[in-house]
Design a protein around this ligand. Structure first.
Ligand code: ADP
Ligand code: ZN
Ligand code: ZN
Length: 816
């Protein structure tokens, strides 16, 4: 008998055995998809792992329904990589498979399809079965694959569905809310009826009394002839020196038609920039040093200050791989940044650049998947957020991870909870390729790896083109409040500097950390925020219990009535947000145009792009924003950056609070004075002497690193200890409490290392489920693999306890 071992897209730790015929046995290869039955009546898309002749002992192997591919669509390296991630991040192989693939490649009986509303379907060209499905979807807005199985009265319907998806007739109903909308560009084309010589003659005749309109049509032809690519309305308007209204009139007359293309999907057909990239002397030195490091190391960190021109160095690095016909993966922390980067890279590499991220629709993702699998020239460089890591690379030469310190590289929910940077380094290892990490403010772990010679290190200390680093001035809020020099949250110094910048026609960025909302108690007199004596983090205020609690060890005290430091009774719990600042700006600078960039304003359609664009086009004078501002945006007219309150970052209850504050402030400050002019940064704080703030002021990354590293050692944090967080959830408060305590006790008895908890997180109930967490700290000298196996064993025995079975458990490795 012949069998195939498969992975199912389910949270199951095991692989499964199915029976195949001898012919199928010889046809199937590792990495091909198979439609298989599972459970009572479900069908899933499985991936073939191995062919063998060992009959399973515990169950009767079912037969597969169908082979879905002619060639593997997943590579052997990918599967090895999945297994590595599943083991390291303690999740099931099924969760990896499910998370790594575009869902259009993973049809299952519960998948819901609908008709693609925007495409025209020629019913004559449909096969009988396609026609039946199409007809059924005229009656009903959507169908499950199971319904289609009933309609067609056959089991093997996946190929039909795949074909209809390819033909753009069907789409998967995406349950994920699309919170990212790529930028759309408006184009014009001539109505097809005028696209011939005769048509044109007729058209010009028709327009003979409308000179302006005739002019536009002629300009359109000129552009069309010289550029041979889609013509944006904006370009036509500029070239013909007319108004949009005139073009609009022609669209109304049906002479032109308008259409939209997503900006990062425009097929590049223009000439690649002929003047080849010229690196500055220091960029060239850095580049040579990187190459030198790579002769000995697999990973190299490029630590270059803001605006030092790291992107140009990446471009040069990519060139080397392209020449050798290799693929390059370029990971970014934020999807919203791709548009900027894509246009920069297309200038050099033309149509070799592809973009991939989870917010693309299914067809587009499958298209890029296929291109990468076929090693197509169209996707030699892939830009993407973390999920691009899962593409089926064939000849991966190098991986760039820009802004490697960014938290967004870590996936939190659902599993696989992987860190894209670390998983990329392992992927590169499988491919024998190199990884270039870049940041102005590297993460402590990465810098530690560079310092301990595990990674290469190259430093670039100056800005491109002799740009000066901004001047940083500290404003002491305690003093300002005392002398009544504050208007709302603005010091007189900040107000003065904003006025100066505005009067010079320069732009201003004001930064207010979103975490300003997190409930800590702050003394209005001296700025003191109570800390945990054991963990070196701020205590969080729990209104309900009227307590201050540590989220790491569970330490708790009643809410104090006066400040522990200066005895003042003037304590406040309020943070302040971007909205408030915007309001205050309105009254301070009634004539300035203000914009706000935070989660609320960027959520809507094109929200983020709109704000960035209008700021770039100088339609906004003062931009108030959160975290988003710190992520590698490039503006050239910003001469002032104000950080409204540095303290609420510093005292966030998190062992990385100081590191993150340094990164955030340095990155935001880096938006100031990028062009010729030296910029200015004002930091408002109650703690001008705080080490972290002093380090930001001196641009002293090394100092921050040394100090934090020391603390990490003392308080048992990474890189000296690896952390694993186990989260338990249940509707029943007492049951959860009891279960969490059981798990904690067994964990601490089985592991000879610090186990902390069980802790109630700040938000201790989500969607009616109570939450408890347990943290395990694995010291450097303990084997990681063995410890995880032990943890898994304890978790398995926990699940076997009948009364705790309903408690949901999730594991997050390196959760920080
Ligand atoms: P970073 O990523 O290090 O913050 P960027 O790569 O964004 O810096 O570069 C900062 C600015 O300097 C950009 O506007 C970029 O176009 C310009 N620049 C950098 N290197 C060069 C170069 N070699 N030639 C021309 N312009 C450059
Ligand atoms: Zn005080
Ligand atoms: Zn503590």
């Amino acid at each position: 008998m012949f069998f195939v071992e498969v992975i199912l897209p389910l949270a199951l730790a095991k692989t499964f055995t199915y029976q195949v015929s001898e012919t199928e046995y010889h046809f199937i290869k590792k990495g091909m998809r198979l439609a298989v039955p599972f459970g009572k009546s479900k069908i899933y898309t499985a991936i073939a792992l191995e062919l063998h002749q060992n009959e399973p002992v515990l169950y009767q192997a079912k037969e597969i329904h169908q082979i879905l591919d002619h060639e593997p669509i997943v590579t052997s390296i990918q599967i090895d990589h999945w297994f590595w991630i599943a083991t390291y991040y303690m999740c099931s192989i099924g969760e990896l498979y499910r998370g790594a693939m575009p869902s259009a490649l993973l049809l299952e009986s519960e998948t819901v399809v609908t008709v693609q509303s925007s495409s025209f379907v020629n019913e004559m060209q449909l096969s009988d079965e396609e026609y039946l499905v199409f007809q059924a979807l005229q009656q009903q807005s959507s169908l499950k694959i199971n319904d289609i199985i009933a309609i067609l009265n056959k089991k093997n319907v996946f190929p039909i569905i795949h074909k209809m998806i390819d033909k753009n007739i069907l789409v998967l109903q995406e349950e994920i809310s699309e919170n990212y909308k790529p930028k759309l560009v408006r184009y014009v084309r001539l109505h097809p009826q005028y696209n011939s010589q005769d048509g044109l003659t007729a058209l010009l005749e028709q327009l003979k009394n409308a000179n302006k309109q005739k002019e536009i049509v002629l300009h359109y032809f000129q552009l069309n002839a010289t550029e041979k690519k889609p013509i944006p309305i904006k370009k036509l308007v500029e070239s013909a020196k007319v108004t949009t209204a005139t073009v609009k009139a022609l669209i109304d007359k049906a002479v032109f038609e308008e259409y939209y293309i997503q900006q990062d999907r425009i097929i590049y057909s223009g000439a690649v920039s002929s003047k080849s990239l010229k690196l500055s002397t220091s960029q060239q030195t850095a580049f040579d040093a990187i190459q030198n490091q790579f002769s000995q190391k697999e990973v190299c960190l490029l630590h270059g200050v803001t605006a030092s021109g790291k992107t140009e160095i990446y471009i040069k690095w990519i060139e080397e791989y392209l020449v050798k016909g290799k693929q390059v993966l370029y990971l970014l922390p934020e999807i919203a940044l791709t548009t900027q980067l894509v246009s920069r890279l297309r200038l050099h590499f033309g149509d070799k650049v592809a973009v991939f991220h989870s917010k693309y629709n299914n067809n587009e993702r499958v298209e890029v998947w296929q291109q990468v699998l076929n090693n197509s020239g169209k996707a030699q460089i892939v830009i993407g957020a973390r999920s691009a890591l899962f593409l089926p690379f064939q000849e991966l030469g190098g991986i760039i991870i820009d802004e490697e310190h960014e938290q967004t590289f870590k996936q939190t929910d659902p599993a696989p909870r992987y860190h894209a940077r670390d998983a990329a380094i392992v992927l590169a290892n499988f491919h024998k390729s190199k990884v270039l990490l870049g940041s102005a403010t590297p993460s402590l772990e990465t810098y530690y790896n560079a310092q301990t010679a595990k990674y290469g290190l190259v430093t670039l200390k100056e800005r491109f083109g002799n740009g000066q680093m901004p001047v940083i001035e500290l404003v002491d809020l305690k003093d300002k409040y005392f002398r009544k020099r504050m208007k709302g949250h603005f010091s007189d110094t900040l107000i003065e500097e904003i006025s100066v910048a505005l009067s010079l026609g320069e732009q201003v960025i004001l930064f207010q950390n979103r975490r300003g909302f997190s409930p800590v108690i702050e003394c209005m007199t001296c700025g003191h925020i109570p800390q945990c004596p054991q963990c070196d983090v701020s205590l969080t205020y729990h209104k309900f219990k009227n307590q201050l609690r540590c989220h790491y060890c569970g330490y708790a005290i009643g809410k104090p009535t006066n400040c522990h430091s200066c005895s003042s009774i003037d304590l406040t719990t309020k943070g302040f947000g971007t909205e408030q600042i915007e309001l205050e700006l309105l009254s301070l600078f009634p004539n300035a145009k203000c914009g706000r960039m935070d989660q609320d304003t960027t959520r809507g359609k094109y929200g983020f792009e709109k704000i960035i664009d209008s700021f770039k086009n100088q339609e906004i004078d003062i931009l108030v924003g959160t975290q988003m501002l710190a992520k590698g945006l490039d503006f050239d007219n910003v001469s002032l950056v104000g950080i409204m309150n540095a303290d609420n970052m510093l005292y966030h209850p998190d062992f990385r609070a100081f590191e993150r504050s340094f990164q955030m402030m340095t990155q935001v400050a880096g938006r100031s004075g990028r062009a010729e002019k030296q910029g200015k940064v004002i930091i408002q704080t109650y703690n001008p002497l705080h080490n972290t703030i002093q380090q930001v002021t001196r641009n002293d990354f090394e100092g921050m690193y040394k100090e934090q590293l020391y603390d990490r050692q003392i308080y048992k944090y990474p890189p000296y200890y690896r952390l694993i967080k186990i989260t338990l959830k249940h509707r029943d408060f007492d049951k959860l409490k009891e279960g969490a305590m059981w798990l904690y006790q067994v964990m601490s008895q089985s592991l000879f290392m610090p186990v902390l908890g069980p802790e109630e997180p700040a938000v201790n109930r989500i969607r009616n489920e109570y939450i408890r967490t347990i943290m395990i700290k694995i010291p450097q000298d303990k084997p990681i693999g063995g410890t995880k196996k032990m943890i898994q064993k304890v978790l398995n025995s926990f699940e076997a306890v009948a009364q705790y079975r309903a408690i949901k458990v999730s594991t997050n490795v390196d959760f920080y």
